[in-house]
Design a protein around this ligand. Structure first.
Ligand SMILES: [Zn+2]
Length: 207
């Protein structure tokens, strides 16, 4: 096996390149892929090596990568806006009772096959009740209201909230003519698959 150098670069898209030069393999990956789950990285490695050595690409790897890319491409577009707008206040994922990254990872495995790239996750600054959660595409950040970080808040409530925002990652905003379609039919159908939807909505209503 030749020596391999891999580096992440600030590409404008989900770019990956592989080259063999003087017995040395050089791989460049978009920095968007830095946070990608292991199975996706493995799929990319497989695809790149298959291309380099002109071997067939396994459909499963191809599929895995495509699924990831279709959500991550959007993240990238918005990242450009993020860098243009500068940073925003960030309080971190660790709460007193819930850790947002732990909840995210659990949901990712349970509902998304572990394939969603994890965005920044942060608790809100205040006990906001008007905005319980939102996905900020420009900063690739999911913000969750601190009202959920207390023992009286059931886990299914915060799970539902995060699940909803994760669906926003998976189903980017589409244009329907001049209308922005935020919660598409597919989005809503998938949201209904959340097992404790009824209980969660009832709890949010009480809030
Ligand atoms: Zn929404």
């Amino acid at each position: 096996m030749p020596p391999i150098s891999v580096r992440f670069r600030r590409f404008v898209s989900l770019n990956t390149t592989i080259r063999l030069r003087e017995g040395h393999i050089y791989v460049s990956l978009s920095d968007i892929l830095e946070g990608a789950p292991d199975p996706v990285i493995r799929a990319i490695a497989h695809i790149l090596l298959a291309k380099l050595y002109k071997k067939p690409i396994e459909p499963a790897h191809n599929h895995r990568y495509k699924r990831f890319a279709s959500s991550a491409a959007v993240t990238r577009q918005t990242e450009l806006i993020r860098s243009a707008r500068g940073s925003k206040r960030y309080f971190g994922p660790e709460g007193r009772y819930y850790h947002l990254e732990e909840v995210f990872d659990t949901l990712n495995l349970r509902f998304f096959g572990g394939l969603l790239g994890r965005p920044n996750l942060t608790w809100s600054e205040h006990m906001a009740k008007r905005s319980l959660g939102h996905y900020d595409a420009a900063h690739n950040t999911i913000v969750v209201s601190r009202v959920f970080d207390r023992p009286s808040s059931p886990r299914y409530a915060i799970e539902y909230l995060l699940y909803h925002e994760m669906l926003h990652l998976k189903h980017p905003v589409r244009m329907n003519g001049v209308r922005r379609c935020v919660h598409s039919r597919e989005f809503k159908a998938e949201e209904r698959q959340f097992p404790q939807l009824k209980e969660a909505l009832a709890f949010l209503k009480r809030l």
